[in-house]
Structures are given as structure tokens and as C-alpha cells.
Design a protein around this ligand. Structure first.
Ligand SMILES: Nc1ncnc2c1ncn2[C@@H]1O[C@H](COP(=O)(O)OP(=O)(O)OP(=O)(O)O)[C@@H](O)[C@H]1O
Length: 257
């Protein structure tokens, strides 16, 4: 990696009582990279993301954002936002009855010189985000459409577009395709590609190996709190990746044969 990474975790450990969720994890996320984070249930993916995005403090280890050491004691989700790091959760709270455009500006309204919400500007910018930033192609959907009419994939698109508009340059997606039909999954994969096309980075947590292999530049496999693989996607085929994941579960004796 030539430029300074957006984030670097160095020997990060996270322990909950007796449970060690992360053991000395060292990981970098570079500029304009889509990194797939894979691992079994309980491997530590959510914990890693929580530590990286200020939800939880690491038990030990260091976090650097764009080369600057972070003070773990004061790091928070709010601080992470300021540092342009944002998580889009599966249930990214969108106002069901609200028109789409309002959802882009919840909590961060555009106001005119009199201090009133500038509806015209919000609608215009919402339209730009939908069409240009995330390449929204929903037929019959415009900025006035209520969120309740959007499909699951489109909702993810709105949340991703919102994060991009507010200038996040590392967007964490926590299993964005769970419970979506294939057509919807393809929409989400296109939204992820638009993150890359927009010059930003993404950590994509996903259980479906096909999807990660299709869209990511780099793959990181967590296994029982440790990084078991960190490699460019191009360096291993889908079959090699699944074989590797299977090998993690073989008993030691079988693996040795
Ligand atoms: N708040 C907590 N208190 C105690 N143990 C926890 C806590 N959060 C996570 N753990 C434990 O840490 C380990 C890693 O959990 P984590 O949720 O990070 O895994 P994951 O890879 O995200 O799993 P999944 O794919 O099921 O979401 C698990 O053993 C889990 O039970």
C-alpha cells in the first residue's frame, strides 16, 4: 500500500470478560479499496467494526486514522463521523412515511439564510445523489416517493448515498444483502461499486462468499478473533477461497493429512 491508509488497527485486542473477541489484530484499509470482511458466526467481525468505528474501546492496541494515532478513551461514533468513517446498518433508520429526499437530510438539514429548511435545495441535491452518486435506477421512484415504497436493496442505496453525500470516505456495510432477493442483491452490489467509483473505501461484511468475491478488491478472513487471510481478491479464485474457509474448520489431524 503506497498512500497512508485511511485506517490502521495495530495489535488490537478486545476482551469481554473471559471472551477474547479480537486477538492482536493488525489491519489496514487503504484509500479507494473495497475490503470484504468474512468469517464464521462469532469470528469477531462485528467486534472489529465496533472498535474501528468508535462504538467500543479496544482492550489494548492502537488505532490510526489517516496516520494519526487515535485516543481510544475519547474515540466515539461521533468522532468517527468527523473523521469521515460511517457504518450503514441493515436497518439504517429511514423514516417510512417520509419522502426520500427528507431521509437524506435527517439530522443534517440544509437551511436557507433565514434558518428555514431549504426544501428546494434538499430535493435538488437528493435527486443528484440518487442519479449520479449512487446511480439509482428505480423505475417510478423519485425524490418524493415515500420510503415505504422502496425495495430492500433500494433502502440500502439511500443509506449508502446519504453516507457518501456527507463525505464519508470509509463506509462500513454490515451484511447489507441479508434477506434480499437476488435482484435486490445485485442492486446493492452496484451501490458498492458506486462507492469505489466515487473514490471512497468500504468494508463489506458478508456471509455470502460469492458476493464478496465478486465486488471486493481485497479479502480479509477472521477466524476466532485472528486474521487468517488478508489478500487481494485477484490472488485467489472463488473455489480457492471456499477451500480455504473449509480448511479452517478441519480438525488439526485431518488438516495435517
Ligand atoms: N458484548 C459482548 N459481551 C460478551 N461477549 C461478546 C460481546 N460481543 C461479542 N461477544 C463475543 O465475541 C465473539 C465475537 O463476536 P462478534 O459478534 O464480533 O462475531 P461476528 O463475527 O460478528 O459474528 P456474526 O457473524 O454472528 O455476527 C463471540 O464469541 C461473541 O459471543
Amino acid at each position: 500500500m503506497t498512500s497512508t491508509p485511511i485506517v490502521r488497527l495495530e495489535n488490537v485486542r478486545k476482551q469481554y470478560g473471559k471472551v477474547v473477541s479480537l486477538k492482536n489484530v493488525t489491519l489496514e484499509i487503504g484509500a479507494n479499496e473495497i475490503v470484504g470482511l468474512i468469517g464464521d458466526n462469532g469470528a469477531g467481525k462485528s467486534t472489529l467494526i465496533k472498535v474501528l468505528t468508535g462504538v467500543e474501546q479496544p482492550s489494548s492496541g492502537t488505532i490510526y486514522v489517516r496516520g494519526q494515532k487515535i485516543d481510544a478513551a475519547s474515540y466515539s461514533v461521533k468522532e468517527a463521523h468527523k473523521l469521515k468513517i460511517e457504518t450503514v446498518y441493515q436497518d439504517s433508520s429511514l423514516g417510512e412515511k417520509q419522502p426520500l429526499w427528507r431521509n437524506f437530510f435527517v439530522g443534517r438539514p440544509l437551511t436557507n439564510r433565514f434558518g428555514f429548511i431549504d426544501v428546494k435545495a434538499e430535493k435538488r441535491i437528493a435527486n443528484e445523489i440518487m442519479r449520479s452518486t449512487i446511480g439509482f435506477r428505480g423505475v417510478g421512484i423519485d425524490v418524493d416517493t415515500p420510503v415505504s415504497r422502496l425495495s430492500g436493496g433500494e433502502r440500502q442505496g439511500v443509506a449508502i448515498g446519504r453516507a457518501m453525500h456527507f463525505d464519508s470516505d470509509l463506509i462500513v456495510l454490515d451484511e447489507p444483502t441479508v434477506a434480499l432477493a437476488l435482484k435486490e442483491v445485485n442492486k446493492v452490489l452496484d451501490f458498492i461499486r458506486s462507492i469505489k467509483a466515487g473514490g471512497r473505501s468500504c468494508i463489506y461484511i458478508e456471509h455470502n462468499i460469492h458476493h464478496v468475491h465478486e465486488v471486493c478488491d481485497r479479502l480479509v478472513v477472521l477466524d476466532r478473533g485472528e486474521i487468517a487471510l488478508d489478500a487481494p481478491t485477484a490472488s485467489l479464485t472463488y473455489t480457492e477461497l471456499t477451500d480455504f474457509l473449509m480448511s479452517l474448520h478441519k480438525p488439526a489431524v485431518a488438516a495435517a493429512n
